[in-house]
Design a protein around this ligand. Sequence first.
Ligand code: KIV
Ligand code: NA
Length: 264
Amino acid sequence: TARIRTHHLQAAKLNGQKFAMLTAYDQYTAQIFDEAGIEVLLVGDSASNNVLGNETSLPITLDEMIIFSRAVTAGSKRALVVADLPFGSYEQSPEQAIASSVRLMKEGLVHAVKMEGGAYYAPTVRALTQAGVPVMAHIGFTPQSEHMLGGYRVQGRGDAAASMVEDAVALADAGAFCVLMEMVPATTAVAVEAAVSVPTVGIGAGNSTTGQVLVWQDMAGLRTGKMAKFVKQYAQLRTVLANAAKEYGDEVRNGVFPGPEHTF
Ligand code: KIV
Ligand code: NA
C-alpha cells in the first residue's frame, strides 16, 4: 500500500469524508494503528508528558522528538507521519524552523511537521512550505503556550472566534496543508472549517472538522487521572496490563512460571 499523502487529506475534505489521527511514539503502536487504518500518525510533543513523564510538553527536545519520530515511521507503512516542532525549536526565525524541520524529516523520517501558533507564524509556514516541508498548523489551545494562556482553557469563545478564523486563513494562505484546532467551541470550529479550503482536524473542537485526533494513551485507557471532556476511552489498557503484570508476578512467586513448556 502506498503512503497517505497530504493531497489525500485534501481530497477527503472535498469529498465530504473524514479521517482519523492518533498520536504514536513507538514502533508497535505505530504498527497497530497503521494496520487499523488510522490515516495520520502524530508524533506529538505530548510524548513529553505521556512517555517521558514530564509535567508539560515544554521540556521535550528536538533530539528526543527525532528518536520517537524514527520509530513511528519505521513501524508504519501507510499512515502519513507528522511530528511536532517542540517548544524552542522554531520561534526564533523561519531559518530556525527550517533547520529543525529538516532534522525531523532527515533524521526522524517524518513526512510533515506540526507547529503551534497563529497568523504571526504565517511567514514561517511559508518558508517551510517553500523548503519542501508540509506544515500542519495548530491553533486554539496550544499547550506549549500554557503559561501564557493561563492553563488548559477553551480558546476562541465569543469575540475571539473571529481572530481564530483570521489565524486559520493566514496559515492556510501561507501554505499549511491542514489546520488543527484544540479545545475550541464547536461553533468556532465550524466557522474555521468553512473559511479555509484545507482540511481541519479537531481535538475538543466538535464534530464538524474533517479529521479528529486523540492522544493514544487517553483513547486506550492507559493513562489514569482526570480525562479532558473531549476524550473518549475505547479500551482499558491499564487494567489489561496491570492484570497481566500481577498474574506474571504471582506465577513467578508461586513457582508456576516458567513451566516445562518454557524450559530448554
Ligand atoms: O502533542 C499532541 O499530542 C498534540 C495533539 C493535538 C493531540 O499536539
Ligand atoms: Na503537540
